[in-house]
Design a protein around this ligand. Structure first.
Ligand SMILES: Cc1cc2nc3c(=O)[nH]c(=O)nc-3n(C[C@H](O)[C@H](O)[C@H](O)COP(=O)(O)O)c2cc1C
Length: 363
């Protein structure tokens, strides 16, 4: 009889302990909100993909921006948006403005879908100074505008554009952009154009797991790519056209308007910046830092030629999808005759940065 009582009480103690543990763990699980904005519905696909990576079993609400009335119940907030004209949506800006004080007290992460993910990109268009575009560069403004919100993780993933779905002015502007693009538009001739880099979504999701939730990263994270993949063709009129064309890491372009070299090396950002400084010194180039972030550095590299200052645009960037590598782009927008000494200097930068076997060939 005594034995039975003992066994029973041990079982009940264990049961109570298990229930208590379950209660405490439940109580302690951080509550998250993933709020996103989207026009053409590619961003919610990424939103639910991220929820799967972070953990479908965890308390993370995924909501379009017009479904959110408060951030009060949440410990952390993931803010996602499409990019339009080089920034997150106006509604995302408004959401951040309205909730800025509360967001400053929570863990926040930003992510973007976008057409261009290459964070070494520079854009020269009439009426605006030459400036950085693409991926996480589009978050620079909002992060500067709201410095008290210090994001734990940021991501710029690439995205999807479904041409027949584009409405009114969007359709016209994207068509115009395709016509004006000097280096050709990736979406020309396509009904669906995709640029998303799945590894970026996966790294972002795993960083949220680690840095926000203190969990292990998912090792088999690729199993969720089905959230993005679809069997639709890139073009209805030509089923052979690919929706996604791999963007090359190594590019060399010489036209009347542009001298452009892009390559990548095995290195880290700090060592690369030191080498860029050494190259500048050796070549009589003045290096003027334009912007520095944890993932890239942009310089004007100014060389005086026959009494005139000519500028090269130099960017070094690290990317979550290519760990251990630094991507570098150098550009001159001067005319071919004037830029000859710059072409030589760019060639030397490529040699110096890629020396001792650092240059990575291919792609
Ligand atoms: C009118 C318009 C402007 C855009 N502007 C940019 C831009 O400046 N930079 C960029 O990388 N992508 C740009 N995109 C691409 C979108 O950000 C991308 O296709 C995104 O996946 C769309 O998200 P959604 O389907 O959730 O609306 C633009 C798309 C449209 C339709």
């Amino acid at each position: 009889m005594n034995q039975v009582v003992k066994k029973l009480s041990l079982t009940s103690v264990l049961l109570v302990l298990t229930l208590f543990c379950a209660f405490v763990c439940q109580a302690e699980a951080k509550k998250g909100l993933l709020v996103y904005d989207s026009i053409y519905s590619s961003t919610p696909e990424v939103a639910y993909w991220l929820k799967a990576i972070i953990g479908n079993e965890l308390p993370l609400d995924v909501k379009k921006i017009d479904q959110v009335i408060t951030v009060d119940p949440y410990d952390y907030v993931l803010i996602g948006s499409y990019s339009k004209w080089e920034k997150p949506s106006p509604r995302i800006y408004k959401f951040v403005e309205t909730n800025k004080d509360k967001l400053a007290t929570k863990q926040v992460c930003y992510f973007l879908t976008c057409g261009d993910w290459d964070e070494t990109m520079i854009l020269k268009v009439p009426g605006r100074p030459v400036h950085q575009i693409a991926g996480r560069n589009y978050l620079y403004e909002i992060m500067t505008q709201y410095p008290n919100i210090k994001p734990v993780v940021i991501g710029g993933f690439g995205g999807r554009q479904v041409m027949p779905a584009l409405k009114g002015a969007d359709a016209f502007m994207i068509w115009m952009l395709g016509k004006l693009a000097k280096e050709g538009a990736a979406w020309s001739g396509l009904d669906i154009w995709e640029s998303l880099v799945p590894e970026r979504v996966e790294v972002f999701g795993n960083e949220v797991r680690q840095k926000v939730l203190g969990l292990e990263p998912l090792a088999d994270v690729q199993k969720f790519r089905g959230f993005w993949q679809s069997q639709q063709p890139g073009s209805l009129s030509d089923p052979n056209k690919q929706k996604y064309t791999v963007r090359p890491y190594t590019v060399h372009t010489e036209t009347d308007k542009l001298f452009y070299s892009r390559f990548r090396i095995t290195s880290d950002l700090d060592s690369t910046i030191k080498r860029i400084s050494a190259w500048a010194q050796q070549n009589g180039v003045r290096l003027q830092e334009q912007r520095k972030t944890f993932f890239n550095s942009y310089y004007h590299a100014v060389k005086n030629i026959d009494g005139k200052d000519l500028t090269m645009h130099v960017v070094a960037a690290v990317m979550p999808d290519d760990p251990g590598a630094v991507h570098i782009s150098l550009r001159s927008y001067d005319k071919p005759d004037a830029r000859k000494p710059l072409e030589k200097a760019i060639g030397e930068a490529e040699q110096l940065l890629g020396a001792e076997g650092r240059k990575i060939d291919g792609r």
